[in-house]
Design a binder for this molecule. Structure first.
Ligand code: ZN
Length: 697
């Protein structure tokens, strides 16, 4: 990235309100600058960075990640606005997201005092602080969701509501750049103290602040939030914290700041920001925590010394995102080696078939290898989102389809399940089996720790930015849905791509290309790893070489009206788990296309209970499913029916242990009905399971 840093500063007149905020500090003195707080109501002059930002690409044309100049990025992002998703699977979810989820979450953040937390600091509210220490981040994630919606040109009226909040947030920032609504007043003396660094989420909150500021800037060109974020980093963090005897050490109690700092560096070219991310990823030996906490926090020891995923799953995923971002800028081979070791660990022993991660409720953590319980699965929505974000970065580094496969798996299943179909209820945890008789309510409109809902909202709002990437050779298509791309190749030639499909219900996709002028380039078509085979044709002529789990490179001189047709085999498949996943022994999961399916009690014949059924597979390789499209069921789905067996009551059924018998258990035939996993728990609460036993009959 070119060095665009310029540290010319301008005098920045903050509102009277910042002054009110600083007066909350003990003895009226600023924690780090030692300046005496002015009396409330006086005007305070603060320094605010006016850093020169990169202008190539312009703010409008920066993608989810601005890796345009990242030396170790093979693929570049396409901006969110360049892709318009038409009627189809994601349009429906995204429409509900912007019309219901984002507005209702905005109201809930208000109703639960999360926005008042900022207003209290600026004299606009007398309400007491509410919510846990990380509550600021939820307001920031919500603002980021609005920003991504605005990048798509959706709901421009949301900007008015967001602008009001942005104004209050920025006004609550202290003159020295510090911003947090919890560590004020009686808590101010704990600010950035070692214990607060470990548990207080100050850096985590500000990492989300930076992400929201980045998305907001890319949506509007308005630097207000971004300048406040730069002010925090350049004037509060960098002068006071970091390596060296004259600075205090940092501990990234909840990784998140790392990835935000690298993205900031991509806009400012200020290498100090990248170096600070590297410092956080290395850890500082001056800070000592309990050995178990290096595991839990997934920080404090060099990232490059990690050999497996462990500890808090969201922390680990965000740390991996930050480390991949750091690699994309530095090319440090030690990072690349570790990232690949951790990714292999993820896919070989730590990930649910839904793309969810984090097996244990205790510590919201990864379990031992192959410890993937179904009913007790944690699978926090945020962790699945972290998984998607990490794979997006690995994909940028390599252009390898295995990362896109994983991204798609997490997106369609473990993430998509996190939001109800009506967009107002959210799963914090995403188990693979569930029995409501335990009294657990799985979908709720609000959690006191409400990290997941706005995280889901920002993910759906940013979705168009994940469809394509460009490279020096041409363009990559990652995700399938009705959509139109209006962008350009890296050589500047304009390119439109239109997808027509009914994916994921149908495996046929028609892709029309229209370069502004006939141009030779490679169209990298993703052939998903889940399909047995794919037929690809260009302008009616069959093309060989499509291999599941790879991009098919189609290089030719493309011109307007060229059409690629692809047909993926969508035959439902049974998946088995590694035998070391003991709960799944003798069971199979059902997948059709990118969608994992499940059984819900409510769909099964009268008198049939889930704990009492099995699948009759016959010759397993040729699954005999009946597919039925139901327009009015669960937003319109293809449900799958398959022959099964119901065992019913028996003597064995009531015994804990009994003698083995070679005789098959008595059963009666039933037809079992599967729905897509993402749609579960959207009707009357009944039991659900993803992994179903195979009949021994
Ligand atoms: Zn969460």
């Amino acid at each position: 990235m070119s060095n665009t840093q310029g540290f010319s500063r301008r005098q920045f007149v903050s509102s009277a309100i910042s002054a009110a905020a600083i007066s909350c500090l003990p003895n009226g003195r600023d924690l780090f600058t030692g300046t005496t707080a002015p009396k409330s109501g006086t005007r305070e002059i603060a320094q605010q960075s006016s850093v020169v930002l990169t202008i190539t690409p312009s703010w409008r044309d920066q993608g989810i990640l601005n890796v345009t100049k990242s030396p170790y990025a093979k693929l570049r992002n396409v901006p969110v606005h360049a892709v318009t998703i038409g009627n189809g699977f994601w349009a429906q979810r995204r429409e509900i997201n912007v019309h219901k989820s984002i507005p209702s979450m905005g109201k809930l953040l208000e109703a639960n005092g999360r926005v008042d937390n900022f207003r209290r600091l600026i004299g606009k509210s007398t309400a007491a602080q509410r919510g846990p220490v990380y509550s600021d981040s939820d307001v920031y994630k919500w603002t980021e969701a609005v920003a991504f919606a605005l990048q798509s040109g959706e709901r421009p009226e949301l900007r008015t509501a967001a602008d009001k909040i942005v104004k209050d947030i920025v006004a609550a920032q202290q003159p020295n750049g510090y911003l947090n609504t919890y560590y004020v007043g009686d808590h101010a003396s704990q600010r950035m103290e070692p214990k607060a660094q470990q548990w207080g989420h100050e850096l985590y909150n500000m990492g989300h602040f930076l992400q929201s500021a980045t998305a907001y800037y890319r949506a509007t060109g308005d630097r207000t939030l971004l300048d406040a974020g730069i002010h925090f980093v350049n004037d509060f963090l960098l002068p006071n914290f970091g390596p060296g005897p004259d600075k205090k050490p940092l501990f990234s109690g909840h990784p998140e700041m790392e990835l935000a700092l690298v993205e900031l560096y991509r806009m400012t070219g200020d290498k100090r920001q990248l170096d600070l991310a590297g410092y956080l990823l290395r850890g500082d030996s001056r800070i000592h925590v309990q050995p178990r906490d290096y595991v839990y926090h997934f920080c404090g020891t060099p990232f490059t010394s990690r050999t497996h995923l462990e500890g808090h799953a969201v922390r680990a995923m965000y740390a991996c995102c930050g480390a991949t971002d750091y690699y994309l800028e530095t090319g440090d081979p030690a990072y690349w080696k570790t990232l690949n070791v951790l990714w292999k660990d993820l896919v070989s022993s730590q990930m649910y078939v839904t793309g969810g991660v984090g097996a244990r409720s205790d510590g919201e953590a990864f379990g031992d290898p192959y410890e993937l319980p179904n009913a007790r699965a944690y699978g926090e929505s945020c962790a699945a989102i972290g998984n998607m974000m990490w794979n997006w970065r690995m994909l940028a580094a390599t252009g390898e389809a295995r990362f896109a496969d994983l991204l798609e798996r997490a997106l369609y299943n473990g993430i998509n399940s996190g939001m109800s179909l009506d967009g107002t209820l959210y799963c914090y945890r995403n188990p693979l089996a569930f029995d409501p008789s335990g009294g657990d309510k799985i979908r709720n409109e609000w959690y006191d720790t409400t990290c997941c809902p706005p995280n889901l909202e920002r993910t759906l709002a940013s979705l168009p930015g994940y469809f394509y990437s460009t490279s020096g050779d041409g363009i990559y298509l990652h995700l399938f849905d009705n959509s139109e791309l209006d962008w350009h190749l890296e050589n500047g030639v304009g390119l439109k791509v239109r997808q027509k499909t009914n994916y994921p219900w149908d495996g046929s996709v028609e892709i029309s290309l229209a370069p502004a002028e006939p141009t030779e380039f490679t169209f990298f078509l993703r052939i998903p790893g889940w399909t047995d085979n794919a037929e690809v044709g260009v302008n009616g002529k069959a093309l060989a070489g499509a291999t599941p789990g790879q991009y098919l490179p189609i290089r030719r001189r493309w011109s307007a009206a060229d059409v690629i047709r692809v047909q993926f085999n969508m035959t439902p498949q049974f998946l088995e788990a590694n035998p070391q996943v003991v709960e799944n022994n003798g069971r199979v999961a059902v997948q059709r296309g990118p969608l994992v399916y499940c059984l819900e009690q409510i769909d099964q014949p009268e008198g049939v209970t889930l704990k009492d059924v099995a699948l009759n597979l016959g010759a397993k390789s040729s699954a005999q499913f009946q597919e039925e499209f139901h327009k009015d069921l669960l937003g319109g789905i293809i449900l799958l029916r398959h022959a099964g067996a119901a065992y019913g009551e028996s003597a064995e059924h009531n015994s804990l242990y009994f003698r083995y018998s070679a005789e098959p258990r008595k059963s009666r035939p039933v037809s079992l009905t599967f729905i897509p996993y993402y749609a579960w728990a959207n009707r009357t609460a009944t039991p659900m399971q993803v992994w179903t036993p195979i009949s021994r009959a």
